[in-house]
Design a protein around this ligand. Structure first.
Ligand SMILES: *[C@@H]1O[C@H](CO)[C@@H](O)[C@H](O)[C@H]1NC(C)=O
Ligand SMILES: *[C@@H]1O[C@H](CO)[C@@H](O)[C@H](O)[C@H]1NC(C)=O
Ligand SMILES: *[C@@H]1O[C@H](CO)[C@@H](O)[C@H](O)[C@H]1NC(C)=O
Ligand SMILES: *[C@@H]1O[C@H](CO)[C@@H](O)[C@H](O)[C@H]1NC(C)=O
Ligand SMILES: *[C@@H]1O[C@H](CO)[C@@H](O)[C@H](O)[C@H]1NC(C)=O
Ligand SMILES: *[C@@H]1O[C@H](CO)[C@@H](O)[C@H](O)[C@H]1NC(C)=O
Ligand SMILES: *[C@@H]1O[C@H](CO)[C@@H](O)[C@H](O)[C@H]1NC(C)=O
Ligand SMILES: *[C@@H]1O[C@H](CO)[C@@H](O)[C@H](O)[C@H]1NC(C)=O
Ligand SMILES: *[C@@H]1O[C@H](CO)[C@@H](O)[C@H](O)[C@H]1NC(C)=O
Ligand SMILES: *[C@@H]1O[C@H](CO)[C@@H](O)[C@H](O)[C@H]1NC(C)=O
Ligand SMILES: *[C@@H]1O[C@H](CO)[C@@H](O)[C@H](O)[C@H]1NC(C)=O
Ligand SMILES: *[C@@H]1O[C@H](CO)[C@@H](O)[C@H](O)[C@H]1NC(C)=O
Length: 482
């Protein structure tokens, strides 16, 4: 049914035990590195998939959606369209009869977070102008698929416990229906924020705000009063008063809320969204990059991350890149509190770029396993391949390589207009795409313009994420935070 012919064509003939060579300032080496990892992702698919669109055991359904999302971004940033037919076919095959990513094979175990993973891939396709597979119904658009999932999930918003929120699971008969978690609610926030920016329809933005506010009210996102502001916790059960938080922090939960806040902040640069970006970013830095390189702090050091958890880091990388590409830069300062004397501490974009560059170097070193000598391991701090291989490890590495490439502006519903701003880190090689794209459509917009600052709105509700008490304050916004 599937045609795998040509899968290996871009696979580089690699000698044994080489790492992926990579200079974060060279678009050419980043493109080559991305190609190596993408080809390994496609190899994993072709060797083990038994159903179109699914990577098969041991990968749960959501992770396949994540993989296609990453491969769309791979095409957008490198221009290599050689996987597009497989990506498009997969996203359409799994869409289900109601065009809402609930195919019958999955529905008995599908969670809201799983469904959203596929919707976010469709959203990425819309934003980059990914071509619809030939033969698709002319009336279907990527953004409609994302909207259908959004509307499903709005219908599941559950006021019957904890003052609102989405349950982890969709169906009452599944374990986890009585659990409200960061991944389901954060993915919903991200989907809504991206739909809001793309369509200009305030319904989406309002829901992004409402779901973020609910997350703050319940402590799913910590605020200043609880300590650790900006920390995103795993979730809580609705059967124990909605207050017994599971305090584990995952890169994926932090990353999906961070993406949502960055998109929403680009859409409307209010204090609420700007401070959400700030708090989430500062916490992510200290929690997940204690030495500059991203780690999955809850399991990586003990080497007991699950298959799912091994795919999380790329989600935070996407959030970090969204902060850099979609929000205004601001200088950071250190001080005892926001009113105390301050000393310079770099900038928001500088902080993001530092994490992304250090992590990319670590990932390249870790991608030195297997027969090819370029299979990616899970730990980026070990200085070598750690023996752990699989789809998530490859996706994380691919995301961090892509995040160091010149960003591509994203489109909105008017198609010809690019959303500001797109500020990648790489500066050499003339930037922008590659010279090795093969056949197929290129992203419509290749511009990489800088953001035009919008007026910040000082709204009382934005005080929710006060920085008071943090060791870092955002000098430019300090007055508003007090
Ligand atoms: C990349 O460029 C930046 C700024 O030009 C420089 O500070 C940094 O050292 C360079 N990094 C590498 C690995 O060349
Ligand atoms: C593919 O599946 C087979 C059988 O389940 C397994 O032994 C093998 O490790 C898998 N290959 C990869 C690359 O995951
Ligand atoms: C559902 O499962 C059947 C049997 O394995 C398979 O043929 C079909 O392609 C699957 N459909 C989807 C959407 O995964
Ligand atoms: C597309 O939508 C129009 C109007 O709703 C309908 O007439 C047409 O049959 C649809 N085309 C396809 C291919 O479904
Ligand atoms: C699309 O264009 C219309 C007409 O110019 C404009 O009113 C609308 O704001 C645009 N939408 C977005 C999301 O930019
Ligand atoms: C805005 O989006 C919502 C949710 O999809 C939809 O119901 C509504 O019709 C949209 N409004 C406009 C003006 O398109
Ligand atoms: C801070 O978090 C606490 C605990 O979850 C919550 O009760 C409170 O409403 C939150 N405060 C604000 C201003 O969001
Ligand atoms: C980022 O985290 C590191 C490690 O905890 C810390 O040294 C640094 O000050 C943090 N940067 C900011 C801007 O918070
Ligand atoms: C960070 O670096 C310090 C000093 O080298 C080391 O003790 C610590 O284990 C490192 N932390 C992580 C998470 O790698
Ligand atoms: C950030 O700091 C630099 C110098 O450290 C200064 O030139 C620049 O104007 C500052 N930007 C803002 C927005 O304050
Ligand atoms: C802020 O820090 C300064 C200097 O350490 C201290 O005098 C002041 O009391 C602090 N303010 C608050 C609100 O903690
Ligand atoms: C991109 O960000 C870098 C570092 O944050 C900055 O120096 C540069 O001016 C920015 N470029 C544009 C086009 O905004």
């Amino acid at each position: 049914m599937r045609s795998f012919v040509g899968f290996g064509a871009i696979c580089l003939a690699a000698p044994l035990v080489q790492a992926i060579s990579l200079d974060v300032n060279s678009t050419q080496t980043l493109t080559t590195a991305a190609q190596t990892v993408a080809s390994r992702v496609l190899d994993l698919y072709s060797s083990n998939s038994t159903t179109i669109g699914l990577f098969g055991e041991p990968y749960y359904w959501w992770e396949s959606g994540l993989a296609w999302d990453t491969l769309i971004r791979y095409w957008a940033l490198t221009g290599d369209a050689s996987n597009n037919a497989i990506v498009g076919e997969s996203l359409m095959w799994q869409v289900g009869s109601k065009l809402e990513y609930m195919p019958v094979n999955q529905t008995k175990g599908e969670g809201n977070d799983d469904q959203a993973a596929w919707a976010l891939a469709a959203m990425t396709a819309a934003e980059y102008g990914f071509p619809m597979p030939s033969g698709s119904d002319d009336n279907i658009t990527w953004v409609q698929l994302a909207e259908n999932v959004f509307n499903d999930q709005v219908g599941r918003w559950d006021d019957s416990s904890c003052g609102g929120g989405l349950s982890w699971q969709i169906f009452t008969f599944n374990n986890g229906y009585d659990y409200k978690n960061a991944m389901s609610n954060g993915n919903f926030v991200q989907l809504a924020a991206r739909l809001g920016l793309y369509t200009g329809n305030a319904t989406y933005t309002d829901w992004a705000r409402k779901a973020t506010q609910w997350s703050l009210d319940t402590g799913l996102i910590a605020n200043t009063s609880t300590g650790n502001p900006g920390a995103v916790y795993d979730g809580f059960s609705t059967t124990t008063n909605c207050s017994a938080l599971n305090h584990l922090q995952w890169t994926a939960g932090a990353g999906t809320y961070l993406s949502g806040a960055a998109y929403a902040s680009n859409d409307s640069s209010t204090l609420f969204w700007n401070s959400a970006v700030f708090a989430l970013l500062i916490n992510a830095n200290s929690t997940f990059a204690p030495n500059g390189t991203l780690i999955e702090v809850a399991c990586e050091m003990n080497d007991n991350c699950s298959t799912d958890q091994l795919a999380f880091k790329g989600i935070l990388i996407r959030g970090l890149a969204a902060v850099r590409d979609l929000t205004y830069d601001n200088n950071l300062t250190h001080g005892a509190n926001a009113t105390a004397p301050q000393s310079p501490a770099g900038s928001v974009h500088g902080l993001v770029n530092g994490i992304l560059q250090t992590s990319a170097k670590g990932a390249a070193t870790a991608c030195s396993g297997g027969g090819s000598g370029t299979d990616c391991g899970s730990s980026w701090t070990s200085g070598s391949y750690d023996g752990s291989s699989g789809l998530g490890q490859e996706l994380n590495a691919l995301e961090v390589i892509l995040a160091n490439m010149p960003a591509k502006a994203i489109k909105n519903v008017n198609s010809t207009a690019a959303v500001s701003s797109g500020n990648g880190t790489s500066s050499s090689s003339g930037g922008g795409g590659s010279n090795n794209s093969s056949t197929g459509t290129s992203p419509a917009s290749t511009s990489s313009s800088s953001a035009v600052p919008k007026t910040s709105t000082n709204e009382a509700a934005g005080r929710l994420l006060s920085t008071t008490g943090l060791l870092v304050s955002l000098a430019a916004a300090a007055a508003m935070f007090l």
